[in-house]
Design a protein around this ligand. Sequence first.
Ligand SMILES: Cc1cc2nc3c(=O)[nH]c(=O)nc-3n(C[C@H](O)[C@H](O)[C@H](O)COP(=O)(O)OP(=O)(O)OC[C@H]3O[C@@H](n4cnc5c(N)ncnc54)[C@H](O)[C@@H]3O)c2cc1C
Length: 386
Amino acid sequence: MRVIVVGAGIIGLSTAWYLRRLGAEVTIIDPAPARGASHAAAGMLAPAAEVVWGQTPLYPLMQASAEMYPGFAAEVASAAGADLGFTDAGTLVCAGDRADLQALRELREAQSQSGFATELITGSAARRIEPSLAPSVAGAVHIPGDRSIDPRRVSAALRSALTADEVSLVRQRVTQLLKDVDATVGVRLADGRRVEADQVIICAGDAVTEIVGAPALPIRKVWGDVLRLRAPAEVTPLLTRTIRGLVNGRPVYLVPRPDGEIVLGASSREDGLSGTPAGAIHRLLNDGQRLVPGILDAEITDITTRARPGSPDDLPMIGRIDSGCVVSTGYFRHGILLCPLGGRIGAELALGASSDWPPDGALESVSPFRFTTEDTTTNLAARSIS
Ligand SMILES: Cc1cc2nc3c(=O)[nH]c(=O)nc-3n(C[C@H](O)[C@H](O)[C@H](O)COP(=O)(O)OP(=O)(O)OC[C@H]3O[C@@H](n4cnc5c(N)ncnc54)[C@H](O)[C@@H]3O)c2cc1C
């Protein structure tokens, strides 16, 4: 089966990876591969730490994808001959001061109610584990074994492995779906060319609506600013595990890579500003140094601003919209963690592969139609042939 994947972010690339494993002939189309949200991501693969956001239906998806990760990462690394910066060094979620400690206790309670085993420790116990923490850190939730990965390395490795596996990458923007009556039969490119296929899967992040047209999928752009730092050689490694925290109620994180890079993030803005606001960087540095003062001696190597493709309930939208087209988007702040799960679901939907997978209720919880009104649903159902 010939399949077009629109978008070469982490979701398009992981979808193409699973499509190849199922034997499809794959063409990926993207004018700027892996330069969207996936380029900004810190790469935390942390279902327990994410409970902080209180989105219960997400947890089974996050857990299922976290279980797939070691196998997925090992296969991609081996196919590309690459190091993906994958670690399981764990996370400390820290309270910036005593006022933030109460929020941390509530987080711990939510984590244990959701079945995650975590431990609340004192500030001094946290400093024994991670000596660079500030003396003012008042306590921490310890999550041993939490993982992280370098998303830029994952994207590069997937591209290299897919290219070596006869997947072609066309650097063009898709402007429109080609239709035969109501069924998608291919795409039109910005240079006017038509590319036909048996199936099209749209993994274009927040651009999905401009490609699909009506009915609009309710994607919202949640802008995030993030810095990459490098500590001086004499204090490297400054950190050995991910530090997340609350400082005056504001979330902040520092994710150390095995190669010494530290990612400091991230703001969360729906102000529509695509540039990097100075105030956002000021706040990140200020909150970050409240947890780990040593970052002020680090060099800033990169500042990136991108929009997270969010949905109204923060769960992804993965599903068939007509007999020739599947969408896979809305991964919000979890796309790196969810890419093995989302990639496999999207690939199996596109190919109509049947298995007793994914986990119970997963397809219903990510249906792109869960927000549509009755009228739109009827309209879509009439258009859908499958
Ligand atoms: C600051 C920040 C930190 C984050 N940290 C984490 C984290 O620690 N852990 C985690 O799990 N997630 C994290 N995320 C979320 C994660 O980055 C996203 O959920 C994920 O990258 C979404 O991937 P995607 O492939 O759907 O979108 P994108 O990476 O945006 O890819 C979409 C692709 O589609 C292409 N495209 C767009 N329009 C068209 C078109 N018309 N034709 C062809 N191609 C098109 C774009 O060029 C782009 O390459 C973070 C996000 C941000 C912004």
